[in-house]
Design a protein around this ligand. Sequence first.
Ligand code: ADP
Ligand code: MG
Length: 687
Amino acid sequence: GERWMKDGGIKETDPLAMADTDYAGSMLASAYKPPSLLPIAKYRDKLLYTIETFPVTVLIGQTGSGKTTQLPQYLEQAGWCDGGKVVAVTQPRRVAATSVATRVAEEVRCDIGQEVGYSIRFEDLTSEKTRIKFLTDGLLLREALVDPLLSRYSVIMVDEAHERSLSTDILLGVLKKIRKKRPELRIVVSSATLQAEDFLNFFTDTAEAHDTSSPPGGSQGRIFHLGGRMYPVDIQYLEQPAEDYVERTLKTVFDIHSTEAEGDILVFLTGREEIDHVVEEIATRSQELHHQSQKLQPLPLYAGLSSDQQMYVFEPATPNTRKVVVATNIAEASVTIDGIVYVIDCGYVKLRAYSPSTGIETLTATPVSKASATQRAGRAGRTKPGKCFRIYTSSDYATLHEATPPEVQRSNLAPIILQLKALGIDNVARFDFLTSPPAELMVRALELLYSLGALDDYARLTKPLGSRMAELSIEPFMAKVLLVAPEFGCLSEMLSIAAMASLQGAVWFSHDGEKKASESARRKFAAEEGDHLTLLNVYQAFITKGKKDAGWCRNNYLNFKSMTRAVSIRNQLRRYLERFGIDVSESLAPSALRVGGPDIGEKIRRCLTTGLFSQAARMQPDGTFKTVNGGTTLHAHPSSLMFNRKADWVIFQEAMETGTKIFIRDVTKIEKAWLLEYAPSFYKVKQ
Ligand code: ADP
Ligand code: MG
C-alpha cells in the first residue's frame, strides 16, 4: 500500500520555521492562552506608536498572533474611538467576520452588537454604541456609496489582505483615494504572509518613498513585523498519488488517531459536500473503535453554518476526545483554532474562475499554491511541534504555483465595476488597482453591464436603473430583475425568489438516511418551469400553510433557520425598493390563487431572463446542456429540478465545477426568443 514520505520539515528560509523558545517555555502554551500572552501583546505600545505616527501600517504576523482580535481592542483603549469614532476591521469572509466579532465581544464582555459588533450582507449586528466593527470588505465598499470618505472610521484595518480577494483589492484602491482627503485616517493592512512591501509601496508610492536615504514608506507608512513564532512542523507526503483524496484523507485521520500522540486534527477539504461526507464517515467509522480509550469528535467548519455550529470548533475537546475539525480554506488564516497538532492538507482549494469567452463564473477545485500549503502546514505548529500530512506527492508539490493569483485576475468584474462607477470613478481602466485585471475581463464586464442597462452608450451609470442596481446588495443580474419586476407585474414573487436564491442552496435539510423521504417532500413543491418557481412555491408554502413554523419545516425537510433568514432578507430587499420610491404594497393572496391575466409563471420567467440572459444554455439530446456559443458542456446539478428532466432553453444562476464537470444550479426554462427580446445587444455581438 501507500506509504508516507518524510520531508525535513519546513525549510529554514521559511518565515514559519522560526521556532521561539520563550513561548515554548510557557506553561500555558497548549492550554487557553490569555490575551496578554499572545505574541502581539509585547508589541502593544510600539504598534500603537507606529499607527499614531504613520498613516499606513502594514502589519505582518503569524496566524494566531492576535492581530485580528487584539489590535482593535488596543486601538479602542488608546482613544481611537473617542468622539464616537469607530474602528473598522474588514474580512474577506462572512464567517470570519462573525466568528472573530463574537470572540472579541466575549473578551471585552459585551453582548455582540453593543460595543463590539459585526455587519455582513443582510445581517447587521451593530448599534449606536458600537466602537469596534467587523465587516466584510465588500460591505465597507458599499458603505462608501453613502459616506464616500468613510468618515465614521478613525482606523480601518484591512485584514487578511494576503488573500487578495476582489473586494479587498478594490477597497485598498478606494482607501488610497480617501487617504488624500483624510490625512488623519489610519490604515492598517494586515497579512499573514510576506507581501508587505507590495502593500506599502502601493500606498506610499511618492518621490519621497524612492529616496533611498529614508526608510521604505518615508513619512507615510511602515511595515511592522510581529516576530514569527512557530514550532517545527514535520511534513509528510504520499509516495504515490492518491486515487481519491477524500477517501485517503479519511484513512489518514484514522491512521493519526491510532498511531500518533495526543493532539487535535485539522483537515483541509474544498467544500461543504466533501466536508459533510467526511464528518459523517468519521462519526460512523469511529463507532467501531471501542477498544480505544480516546474518541474522535468530528466538527465541520465552512461558510453557511449557523453561528452556534461555528462556535463548536473553538471549544476545547471534551476529555478523552480527539477533535477533528474538517474545514474549508477558512481555517488557513482567517480563524485560529487552538490545540491543533496535526494537519491534513488535501492539496486543493475551491477558487473562483471566470471564463470571459463563455461568461461563466465557477467555483473550481484547484491545486493550492505553495504559499497556501505552507500556511496550512503552519497551523500544526502553533503551540508545540506538529505534523502535516499532505495528500499528494513531493513531486506534485514541486509543480504548484508559488502564490494564488489575485481574484481580480480571474473573476467576473461586473459587480465591482458597477460599484466603482457608483462611487464616481468613471474611468475604471485608470483606477489604481493593486494588480491590474486583464483587459478582456474589463471589456466583458462593461459589455455585460451595458446589456443589463446599467451603463449607457458612453459607459456612464444609468439613472435610476444603474445607480439603484449598485445600491442593492445583491448581484447585478438579480438587482436588475428586482428593479424591473414591477413592469412585469411580479414584484412580490420576485422578492421571494431573490431572497430564497440568496440562501445559495441551504434551503433543504437532509436527515441522515432519509434521502428518499426528503426527495418526495421536495417533489411536493416542484414547479415544472424550474428551480426559481420551485423556490417561490417553497417560500409561499412556508408563509401560508407552514405559518413560519419550525415543526412544519422539519416535516417538509426544509431548513427552518434558512427559511427564517429568507423572510428577513426579503424584508430588507423590500425596504431598499421602498426607499427608491417603488410601490411595494402587496396583495395578500399568493399569486397561485390570483385569477385571470396572463400566467404569472411566464411573467416571472421573462423577468428573470432580463437579468440572467448571459447565463443561458440549451439542452442536448443526451440531457446535458451547451452554452449559447456551443463551446461548453454543462450538467444540471443533482439538487436542481432540471436534473434528469426535459427542457430546451434555460437560464441558470450559478455554475460550479467539480472534477471535470460544470454543474448548474437554480435553472429555469425560458424561450429562445426572450433572449433576443431582452438582451438584443448582447446576442447581436455574438451572432
Ligand atoms: P491573528 O489575527 O493574528 O491570526 P487572532 O487575533 O485571530 O490572531 O487570534 C489570537 C488568538 O485568539 C488565537 O491564538 C486563539 O487563541 C484566540 N482565538 C481567536 N479566535 C477565537 C475564538 N473564536 N475562540 C477561541 N479563541 C479564539
Ligand atoms: Mg486574523
